[in-house]
Design a protein around this ligand. Structure first.
Ligand code: NAP
Length: 233
């Protein structure tokens, strides 16, 4: 059976791990990001999700869907910035909403009627889709919105045989997290100490959770938390 995975942001981190996992499992994988996916055999279509999907991108993706018996769309690309209620600009808020919410919704709108029954749409959320910390206003706001987008999408997909879910990672050892803390290993250690397992999550662990959601339609309309158990303070 021909299976196609369309993954945003598979040039790094969780997206690259998911591309590696699905490619190894026999899926044809197409990555949408500005940089190429480092995994051999994964096709990369240079895409800036800050912009609306171009007609040629839509045509290419719809043709790939038409050649496939099952499609998994993984909305993984994300934007994490430091900002707060005191002083956030509308430009900062628009930027986070664009990458984290508007781009997935826009891509879905162009693809959903091309998805065969048995397909899946998985959004990558965050623990900050359910709670907030200081200094991450645009991120927490947009990740909360991802839950709403997924739940509304689930309702609209009723009867199509396409299921949808959010995988909400905790602290995962990727560029995003390392850049956010300025590469400071003391901060990373402090973050790890706030997890019941005392370590960061490996991107491959999130990739395995995504693969499980893709393959199990019973996980429809659900938010799956994948955070190794965060210590409540
Ligand atoms: N790491 C964590 O601790 C953590 C925790 C909770 C949730 N998450 C979520 O997990 C997802 C993946 O994050 P990650 O940690 O793997 O981050 P990462 O290693 O920094 O990768 C982010 C990916 O997003 C893509 N991206 C960002 N802006 C883009 C744009 N304008 N156009 C196209 N692609 C864009 C990047 O591709 P290019 O730069 O090549 O364009 C890159 O492939 C995100 O949704 C993030 O919010 C991560």
């Amino acid at each position: 059976m021909s299976r196609l995975a369309i993954i945003t942001g598979a040039s790094a981190g969780i997206g690259a791990a998911t591309a590696r996992r699905l490619h190894a499992d026999g899926w044809r994988v197409i990555n949408l990001s500005r940089r190429p996916c480092p995994v051999n055999g994964v096709e990369s279509l240079e895409t800036d999700l800050a912009e609306a999907p171009s007609p040629s991108l839509v045509e290419t993706l719809r043709a790939a869907c038409a050649d496939s018996e099952r499609v998994a769309v993984v909305h993984n690309a994300g934007l994490l910035a430091s900002d707060s209620a005191q002083g956030i600009t509308t430009a900062q808020l628009h930027a986070a909403l664009q990458i984290n919410v508007v781009a997935p919704a826009a891509l879905n709108a162009t693809l959903i009627d091309a998805l065969p029954a048995g397909s899946a749409i998985v959004f990558i959320g965050s623990t900050l889709g359910d709670k907030a910390v200081g200094g991450a206003l645009s991120y927490a706001t947009s990740k909360h919105a991802v839950h709403g987008l997924m739940r509304a999408t689930c309702q609209d997909l009723a009867g199509t045989g396409v299921h949808t879910a959010v995988v909400a990672p905790g602290f995962t050892d990727t560029e995003m997290l390392r850049d956010h803390v300025g590469g400071d290993s003391d901060i990373l250690d402090a973050i790890a100490s706030g997890v019941t397992f005392g370590r960061l999550i490996e991107p491959e662990e999130i990739a395995a959770t995504i693969a499980f959601c893709i393959d199990n339609a019973v996980i429809n309309g659900a938010v799956i938390h994948a955070n190794l158990g965060q210590i409540e303070r």
